[in-house]
Design a protein around this ligand. Structure first.
Ligand code: GLN
Length: 510
């Protein structure tokens, strides 16, 4: 194994430890990942934009600080590089949300999470690919070509955050940030064998996250291990006066919970199985890994009870009304006036502002984004508002009540992350409803604002990764980290090591 391969296959926590002990510099870590990116990208396409030079500058600045002994306020992941979903704005680095309408836009400011990562001494490797404006479940809706799943490059990595998930799975980055509106961190995590966390709504600032559906959007960590996700969430979390939905609360002790979980003792913990989200419609290999994981939780002392969340079956329908309604409003700002693309009408068409907007939006948005803008505009229109948007909001309340009742009985809920493993390119592109069905297990948590995370639960019969999801009560993100870390440790033993280590990586030097 070369030095590069040995370095990039460490966990982020291990990399940080090597930096602390002086065994490796931040520059060496950045260089190692840039070289993997160089060899992996032709087959993976996880990145839309690389920021190698500025990453090296950030690494050098950090290494200098460390050499000077200025380490007092060093974060637990100081010096470790990270990739950023291109839905999050980065000062001086082109940010497009994988849309033509933002091509060439260089933000003049950083999102709060980016400011925090910089303060934590974490170099930014670049911006990762996604479905346009985070709308999709496969990354095929990117205006810049799809990302490939490192487990099988003929298959999708999930979406919308397929770029961040594939980058972390392929060892192009030890960590990444994603955004999750209906599952875009967790479902790609499941399909690529990585860990993906959607924090409590309001626990991580959305300032500088490009808005898709503001009442559902949440930034969160992508990693290979539960502990790495916890460490990252502690860095990006916390109250932010620039986000009016941000919750003024102490960041929960998630890393401590993960470390506790690694001891594999879950006595006293109550785990709820949601009857409505398993069984029929689940790929047999996915259901089998799910059942085995539940058994492992039981073996570690958890008490497992089956319970019912009767309104979950309406979650998908409610989401696909509420989300497009918010999309239609949020995406009205791309009008060719303020930033990004501007397309003037042809000479024989009146040169009015309205025509310019129409031509710009026609050329700048892809089909899926247009579909949602039209759907949302319809759902919000005068005669249909109560019937569609109003009803969907009522369903949302019923789902929140289902969660409240469930959390009176149990500490955490467990459900599969996705009904299937990674599917082939093109398989669901002609059938939007089939694509939307991917989100059936992830959407309830977004509608209720509860934290949720997906961890790898082994491989299905087709040799592809399966995800297992924990959901915890609002503001108690720490509660899911403990059983997640316990299950991760138990699964590592069962599978002879982490799933992500068994990935075949022809792009890594032997
Ligand atoms: N796949 C879901 C959708 O298409 C989720 C998107 C997201 O979480 N950003 O809306």
């Amino acid at each position: 194994m070369t030095d590069t391969t040995a370095l990039v296959t460490l966990t982020a926590a291990q990399m940080a430890a090597k930096i602390k002990s002086g065994e490796v510099s931040s520059r060496e870590l950045v260089e190692a990942h840039l070289s993997v990116i160089d060899s992996a990208e032709p087959s993976i396409n996880a990145f839309l934009k690389l920021a190698g030079d500025s990453a090296l500058e950030q690494a050098d600045a950090f290494d200098k600080k460390r050499a000077a002994g200025d380490t007092e306020d060093m974060s637990e992941l100081a010096g470790v590089p990270i990739a950023i979903k291109d839905m999050i704005v980065t000062k001086g680095i082109e940010t497009t949300a994988a849309s033509k309408i933002l091509q060439g836009w260089v933000p003049p400011y950083d999102a709060t999470v980016i400011t925090k990562l910089k303060a934590a001494g974490m170099p930014l490797l670049g911006k990762t690919n996604l479905d346009e404006f985070a709308q999709g479940s496969s990354t095929e809706h990117s205006a810049y070509g799809p990302t490939h799943n490192p487990w099988d490059t003929e298959r999708v990595p999930g979406g919308s955050g397929g770029g961040s998930a594939s980058a972390v799975a392929a060892f192009e980055a030890p960590l990444a940030l994603g955004t999750d509106t209906g599952g875009s961190i967790r479902q790609p995590g499941a399909l690529t064998g990585t860990v993906g966390v959607k924090p409590t709504y309001g626990a991580v600032s959305r300032f500088g996250a490009i808005a898709m559906a503001s009442s559902l959007d949440q930034i969160g960590p992508v990693s290979r291990t539960v502990l790495d996700a916890a460490l990252l969430q502690e860095i990006i979390g916390g109250h932010d006066v620039r986000d009016s939905t941000s919750i003024p609360m102490k960041v929960p002790a998630m890393a401590a919970a993960a470390r506790q979980g690694a001891k594999r003792d879950l006595k006293g913990m109550k785990v709820g199985l949601v009857k409505e989200l398993s069984g029929e419609g689940y790929q047999p290999g996915v259901q089998a890994r799910f059942n085995e994981a539940v058994k492992l939780l039981q073996d570690m002392g958890a008490q497992v009870v089956e319970l019912s969340c009767p309104h979950f079956e309406y979650a998908l329908g409610a989401y696909y009304i509420i989300m497009p309604s918010e999309v239609s409003s949020n995406l009205a700002r791309y009008d060719g006036m303020r930033y990004g693309l501007r397309v003037m009408p042809p000479a024989d068409v009146p040169q009015t502002a309205a025509n310019m907007m129409a031509y710009t939006r026609e050329a700048g948005f892809g089909d899926e984004v247009k579909r949602r803008i039209i759907l949302g505009t319809y759902a919000l229109s005068a005669g249909y508002y109560d019937a569609w948007y109003g009803s969907a909001q009522k369903v949302r309340t019923l789902i929140i009540e289902d969660f409240n009742e469930a959390f009176e009985q149990v500490d955490t809920l467990v459900v599969p992350t996705s009904p299937t493993t990674a599917f082939k390119f093109g398989e669901k592109m002609d059938d939007p409803l089939a694509m939307y069905m991917n989100d059936i297990d992830t959407i309830p948590a977004n509608l209720a604002g509860t934290p949720a995370m997906s961890i790898p639960a082994g491989l299905s019969d087709d040799g592809l990764p399966v995800g297992f999801q924990f959901i915890a009560p609002q503001k108690r993100d720490d509660v899911m980290y403990k059983p997640a870390a316990a299950l991760e440790a138990a699964l590592n033993e069962q599978w002879g090591g982490p799933i992500w280590k068994s990935l075949k990586t022809p792009w890594l030097a032997k």
